[in-house]
Design a protein around this ligand. Structure first.
Ligand code: SAM
Length: 254
């Protein structure tokens, strides 16, 4: 099992909450024992310095090879919060690196108004899902962002708009047509896992709200050169479309 540090310094890592309680009470951890600890997104061998049920403090030894997140950024229009939480959990399990909740024109008003307050909860869901799926990192959950500024700041060279409206190009075809560099994965250098992506492999996927994108939003995507693709002739719930798209993209990027 990998333990995920709640706080850290360059040389130490601390586990609190359920993880500390489990180590202290169930595993009867003791100073001097060695565990694998993910600290600040990096996997380390770590030695216990002190143990209590509230906190287990480690000193970090060597860094271990860790599996980087998929170089995938999901722009997910805010929709019903219970469905949104499900999508964040499953996207994390599948290896997403970053999720930006998008405030779209057709995002229901009451959801848009309380989305910012939900962000902390979404981050906790991503943390729990990372632990559950033994990820060595936690995806970044950005603050809810209006579509226009999200598109203006998006740097991924492959930008894909999932659209249910009469697209002919499939997601698979779009990914196969993306830069050949997507096929040659180079181990990430020693920066953080996000900075360590090969720039050419970064891919952004956008999923619309339940009411779909407005024509103005569709033309914004066109201006910023997003490729519209289909997942097939059926109209999917937004969360289904998100997870299906990540799973397909994962087979191209993993
Ligand atoms: N308002 C639309 C309608 O009723 O015709 C449905 C929007 S759909 C529930 C929400 C989002 O899921 C869409 O904006 C799109 O991003 C994605 N989506 C749903 N079905 C899709 C499909 N077959 N192909 C690609 N994307 C799809």
């Amino acid at each position: 099992r990998r333990w995920i540090a709640d706080t850290w310094t360059p040389t130490t890592a601390s586990l609190t909450g359920d993880q500390a309680a489990h180590l202290a009470r169930v595993l009867r951890a003791e100073p001097g024992q060695i565990y694998d600890v993910v600290s600040n997104g990096f996997l380390h061998r770590a030695e216990i310095l002190t143990v209590s049920e509230k906190e287990v403090l480690f000193t970090l030894h060597e860094e271990l090879q860790s599996d980087a997140a998929l170089p995938l950024h999901l722009l997910l229009a805010v929709f019903k919060f219970d469905h949104m939480e499900w999508a964040i959990e499953k996207a994390t399990e599948l290896g997403i690196a970053k999720i930006t909740p998008i405030l779209a024109r057709r995002t229901e008003k009451h959801l848009a108004q309380s989305a910012l307050k939900r962000s902390e909860r979404w981050r906790r869901i991503a943390l729990e899902a990372s632990k559950q799926s033994r990820r060595t990192d936690i995806p970044e959950i950005a603050d809810p962002t209006p579509l226009k500024s999200a598109l203006e700041s998006e740097k991924s060279p492959t930008r894909i708009l999932l659209s249910e409206t009469e697209q002919t190009q499939t997601l698979t075809a779009a990914l196969e047509g993306a830069s050949p560099a997507t096929k040659d994965r180079v181990p990430h250098p020693s920066q953080s896992h996000r900075e360590g992506w090969e720039v050419d492999r970064q891919t952004a996927l956008a999923i619309g709200p339940e009411g779909g994108w407005t024509p103005e939003e569709m033309s914004l995507f066109t201006t910023h050169q997003w490729q519209p693709v289909t997942l097939g002739p059926r109209i999917l719930r937004a969360e289904t479309a998100a997870i299906a798209a990540i799973a397909i993209a994962a087979t191209h990027l993993a």
